[in-house]
Design a protein around this ligand. Structure first.
Ligand SMILES: CC(C)(COP(=O)(O)OP(=O)(O)OC[C@H]1O[C@@H](n2cnc3c(N)ncnc32)[C@H](O)[C@@H]1OP(=O)(O)O)[C@@H](O)C(=O)NCCC(=O)NCCS
Length: 172
């Protein structure tokens, strides 16, 4: 069965909280540096997505879910709420695919749809950052993102080790 990419409204995010939280908790358990430190519970992940639902409700971000046979297996967000002098810019955040669903092109599908949604919101410049040397960095390069540079020691892995971050942009 093919994976469907859905744009969720706030009610949709709340209805899918367990699936979305499951993906985030799995990524953190797998060692992904995506804002959160270990140990990170399913309940904590639910609270994080409850917060995102409020942001979606106020039009401050777009949240997409990849749904495979009724189950959420991936997600990505487009952050729209930037300062008034950057109305054309958005940020990509929290591209997450469950470990059990990786290497099937789901992240690529999420990113392609994120770009469509960003354009529909009037955005022409996307910015993102990612851990230097991780799988996502290759993905962004393949999708045509331009590498700005590397910030050493920008963030931590969930186990506390420091990691470098690469900043990218793409003109839509
Ligand atoms: C980064 C991440 C989102 C990629 O998700 P994914 O769905 O596996 O990504 P894709 O399937 O589109 O691409 C991953 C690889 O699978 C390959 N692939 C895609 N479809 C494939 C298929 N049908 N068969 C075999 N390989 C395939 C891609 O070519 C790519 O290869 P590479 O690793 O050599 O570059 C995922 O690893 C993840 O969630 N990581 C943890 C969170 C994270 O770091 N997020 C980024 C934060 S900015």
């Amino acid at each position: 069965m093919t994976v469907e990419i859905r744009r969720l409204d706030a009610a949709g995010v709340r209805a899918a909280l367990d699936g979305l939280a499951g993906v985030l908790a799995d990524c953190v358990a797998g060692g992904a540096s995506v804002s959160f430190m270990a140990p990170f519970s399913h309940e904590q992940a639910r609270e994080v997505f409850e917060g995102y639902a409020g942001e979606v409700e106020h039009g401050r971000r777009v949240l997409l879910a990849a749904v495979d046979d009724g189950r959420v297996v991936g997600t990505v967000q487009v952050l729209l709420a930037l300062p008034p002098n950057q109305p054309h810019r958005a940020e990509i955040a929290k591209l997450l695919v469950h470990r059990a669903a990786r290497k099937r092109g789901i992240a690529r599908q999420l990113m392609e749809r994120a770009e469509v949604e960003a354009r529909a919101e009037g955005k022409t410049l996307l910015v993102l950052d990612t851990v230097t040397g991780d799988d996502a960095e290759r993905l962004y390069e393949r999708l045509g993102y331009m590498k700005v540079g590397v910030i050493p020691g920008y963030a931590l892995y969930p186990d506390g080790r420091p990691c470098d971050t690469t900043v990218f942009f793409k003109n839509l």
